[in-house]
Design a binder for this molecule. Structure first.
Ligand code: ME8
Length: 534
């Protein structure tokens, strides 16, 4: 568990994606969320390590490669490039990309295996059961559909296995895990996921097999090369290998020296057991400290089924980003779906939300206020400071605590609530400017009132842009630049010279008389395919 010493650092992981196929929108979803969280923590002045990567071993990859006439390594090399290029397109700023076929990973896996072996938690026995290759997981009969089809991949049939495997003594950790969940109620989030795990563990934990025979694509079990290590045993350890500095020797001590324990493992609900039960037990067995939080988000679904590579109902994010832009895609998924719950992708709704929130509410407010500032204030921020704006000013009242509220939403990964709170201030800004009518005040010669109104609106837009920057970094950067800052929210070093950037979380810091930029629409209205064409 993290201690006070970790306050200034923050580490977060996405799952390490299977590279059986190119990424789909369901793979992009957790990565967007992790990126938003990492960006938010950087804004808070923390030193952040954001880990993503690929899970490349196992039967699923081996079979896919075979079907395509490629060697598994060739196949992985190709598909990994697809992931990396999508992350670039989506403006994902990861610090480490771990591939489980990295040479250094083998050393970490061997050392870890040895520790668990020395601790007496590995033994040889017979494994019988139904195996879903798409899940890379043994299933209980009751978890399967008719004819042993998988509930998560209803087009895939589980296969009967009866073979000698090495087992991990999970049953040894029943009490310790229960103690962990009790002592650290936030270890598994949200609560629904925690309850699922408590229910599962409460039924009694069974040892699980950590090796396979008749599988070549993976690491040999260090003590018996006839066995290949189960892909999940190797994959989870990728989180540790990823922490190694590029030039340090691949030892557990080196890997764990700086960023461990991980603050948040962000995962989907289908892989909760691996992260919230198997993983902490493996770490306890190896004598290592545990991650702080495991957050299990929901599924993006289509026709009632999880969107997925193996399910065959995938949505390709590339054309979506090409058509609408990265910020739009990032915003839709984080604003529209409460993080933790299932959600659907609906293109009509997508266009409507983006147009309402970003084009109309946010973009127009900035644009028309900037134009008024050009006309009535000579193109500068009005000559008034945030402190001078009276405390009962409608927008100051709405903005004063917004930074803290948004921060607590981000800290809880409640992205949708963060967006909603921020957009409320933006909508208040539109209402305020309509009601105050600075164009009339100007005609009446009430310059001080004009300046106060425009200042409070510009400052509210600034604060909104700042707080939304983890989600829509490009739009936020444009807003900041039009407000006269030389800022790039994707490069925290350039953000501010005179103050620490976290002070921007407060309402009232826009400097009086700062020269404003030219007003340009920051977000063009979207159209559905086929709309607007002649
Ligand atoms: O499970 N909606 O990899 P993976 C939301 N290699 N999330 C989705 C989704 C959807 N439709 N489809 C997939 C693996 N995901 C392992 C992880 S970690 C050491 C090893 C999420 O590529 C899914 O829930 O099958 C999971 O968290 C992640 O994408 C990776 O899935």
């Amino acid at each position: 568990m993290s201690s006070d010493i970790k306050k200034h650092t923050f580490s977060i992981t996405t799952p390490l994606y299977y590279v059986n196929d190119l990424p789909h929108i369901g793979s992009a979803y957790p990565t967007i969320a992790a990126d938003a969280m990492a960006r938010f923590q950087r804004l808070q002045g923390k030193s952040v390590l954001f880990v993503t990567g690929s899970d490349e071993h196992g039967q699923k990859i081996e079979r896919t490669a075979e079907g395509l006439g490629r060697s598994p390594q060739e196949h992985c090399d190709l598909v990994v490039e697809g992931f990396k290029s999508l992350w670039d397109k989506l403006n994902i700023r990861y610090d480490r990309f771990i591939r489980t076929t990295d040479e250094r990973h083998a050393a970490i896996v061997n050392e870890f295996f040895q520790r668990v072996w020395d601790n007496g938690d590995i033994y040889l026995s017979q494994q019988q059961g139904w195996y879903c290759v798409a899940c890379e997981e043994f299933k209980e009969e009751r978890e399967l559909l008719d004819d042993h089809y998988c509930a998560i991949h209803p087009n895939k049939q589980a296969e009967w296995r009866d073979e000698e495997n090495y087992f991990f003594r999970l049953s040894n950790y029943q009490q310790k895990l229960e103690q962990l969940y009790q002592d650290h109620p936030n270890f598994i989030l949200p609560t629904t996921r925690r309850n699922e795990v408590l229910g599962f563990v409460g039924q009694g934990l069974r040892d699980f097999s950590i090796s396979r025979i008749n599988l070549d694509w993976g690491f040999p079990v260090p003590i018996n090369h006839k066995h290949t290590l189960y892909v999940w045993f190797d994959a989870l350890l990728g989180y540790i290998t990823a922490l190694l500095d590029p030039d340090s020797d691949p030892t557990l001590d080196n890997a764990l020296s700086q960023w461990w324990p991980i603050d948040i493992h962000l995962i989907g609900k289908d892989i909760l057991r691996f992260h919230a039960v198997y993983w902490p037990a493996m770490l306890m067995s190896a004598g290592l400290s545990l991650p702080d939080r495991v957050f299990g988000h929901g599924f993006l679904v289509r026709d009632g089924l999880k969107i997925g590579k193996s399910t065959g109902n995938a949505i390709d994010p590339v054309p979506l980003v090409d058509r609408y832009g990265a910020d739009a895609v990032r915003y839709y998924f984080l604003k529209e779906i409460e993080f933790g719950r299932d959600g659907v992708f609906d293109e009509v709704r997508f266009v409507n939300i983006l147009n309402a929130d970003l084009a109309n509410d946010l973009g127009n407010l900035l644009n028309r206020t900037l134009k008024m500032a050009q006309r009535y204030c000579g193109g500068s921020v009005p000559n008034i400071s945030g402190e001078e704006v009276p405390t009962d000013n409608f927008l100051k009242l709405g903005g004063v605590e917004l930074g803290d509220r948004a921060a607590s939403f981000y800290n809880a990964l409640a992205f949708s609530s963060a967006c909603e709170a921020i957009l409320t201030l933006v909508r208040m800004g539109n209402k305020y400017i309509d009601e105050q009518a600075p164009w009339t005040l100007y005609k009446q010669g009430k310059q001080a009132d004009v300046e106060q109104v425009l200042y409070s609106v510009l400052e509210s837009v600034r604060l909104a842009a700042y707080l939304l920057s983890p989600i829509i970094p490009t739009i936020s950067t444009q807003i900041y630049q039009q407000l006269g800052y030389s800022a790039d929210f994707s490069d925290t070093r350039l953000l501010d010279v005179s103050t620490t950037f976290s002070s921007h979380q407060t309402w009232g810091i826009l400097p009086a008389r700062q020269i404003l930029g030219e007003p340009h629409p920051v977000f063009q209205k979207l159209e559905l395919p086929g709309e607007g064409s002649p």
